[in-house]
Design a protein. Structure first.
Length: 335
């Protein structure tokens, strides 16, 4: 057995995660195991398995043309610092309890250094139609070579300053720029802080007016583009000055809601019963928001009216021509 790829030493912060990769080749295909030795002088190597350390350790392995194995550890602590060893062997007696294998396990090692995550003080200030986001990392901290501001995986701003304080200004109201923002310190490893701009649901309808044919299924949809997501959706229909709650149990209404989207389906549309205004209401921990959708139900014969109008016009014209021809005096015959 021999290694194609070996795990690489890494630095990580507490509460982060780490992933080590190992790949070996041989005939027959070798087995891969993961072992760990902590920084304590009295600690010896111990084998790691999937689900170890209170299910924080995950090991995925494939044995096809060669062997590949990945070990990932989530929510790192100081105790996860140490030497990680990838071992590979294809000796038939490699796991025998009494026999010594003819071919020893080959080994590849990588160090994982887990550093205490520094505290980051975050703040969002709203002033004069602007939002000022700021982060300030506590000392001592790693060497800083720059900063980034990220929203929805898009870099908004970056610099090469070495300071512990960084800020980002947004022009606009809180309701227009809700979401999760990250301040990233360019260190080894990176330090990240998170700021949440949270608002009540800013509910909008996909279409303010919907049309449907009698007997078909009507579909009304609302969404919430703001943060945080809606926890409870509800639909109402107005009528005689009173709004009635619509529920799935009624039989004709099917409501499907997931996160920031809700959909109301109305089965077998009826002109008299279903035409009108519908309200979608979303609620989260910061408040509620709603939007209105107007539904118009057309008769099944509605599509024929333009055709029937054209036929009627043709008939009128033909009738006029026929009457004109009948009443017209014949031309005088010359002598």
């Amino acid at each position: 057995a021999g290694f194609i790829k070996s795990p690489l030493s890494q630095k990580r912060l507490t509460q982060d995660s780490v992933e080590l990769y190992c790949e070996a080749i041989g005939n027959p295909i070798p087995e891969i195991q993961w072992w760990f030795e902590g920084n304590d002088p009295n600690e010896t190597y111990a084998q790691l398995w999937d689900g170890a350390r209170q299910d924080r350790v995950k090991i995925n392995a494939t044995y096809n043309l060669h062997s590949t194995s990945t070990i990932s550890i989530a929510n790192l602590t100081d105790d996860d610092s140490g030497m990680y060893e990838c071992r590979a062997s294809n000796d038939p007696d490699r796991n025998h309890l009494s026999k010594s294998p003819k071919v020893k396990w080959i080994r590849s090692q990588a160090n994982v250094f887990v550093i205490e995550h520094p505290d980051i003080a975050t703040q969002v200030v709203e002033s004069s139609g602007k939002l000022i986001l700021s982060c300030n990392v506590s000392a001592p901290h790693l060497t800083i070579t720059g900063h980034k501001w990220i929203h929805q995986e898009k870099v908004l701003e970056e610099d090469e300053n070495a300071g512990a304080f960084t800020s980002y200004t947004i022009n606009g109201k809180r309701e227009e720029h809700s979401g999760i923002y990250e301040c990233v310190y360019e260190t080894n490893p990176q330090i990240r802080g998170q700021l949440n701009i949270s608002v009540p649901p800013q509910v909008t309808a996909y279409k303010k007016s919907e049309h449907g044919n009698e007997g078909d299924t009507g579909v009304l949809t609302c969404k919430n583009p703001s943060f945080p997501a809606v926890t409870t959706w509800s639909w109402y229909k107005s009528g005689h000055g009173v709004s009635a709650l619509l529920e799935n149990a009624s039989g004709r209404y099917i409501i499907k809601s997931s996160g920031n989207k809700t959909e109301l389906r109305i089965l077998k549309l009826d002109i008299e019963q279903d035409t009108g205004d519908y309200f979608c209401n979303g609620t989260n921990s910061y408040g509620t928001g709603d939007a209105t959708v107007n539904l118009r139900v057309r008769s099944r014969l509605a599509a024929l009216w333009p055709f029937l109008g054209i036929v009627a016009e043709v008939l009128v014209l033909v009738t006029i021509i026929f009457i004109y021809e009948k009443r017209r005096k014949p031309d005088e015959v010359p002598d």
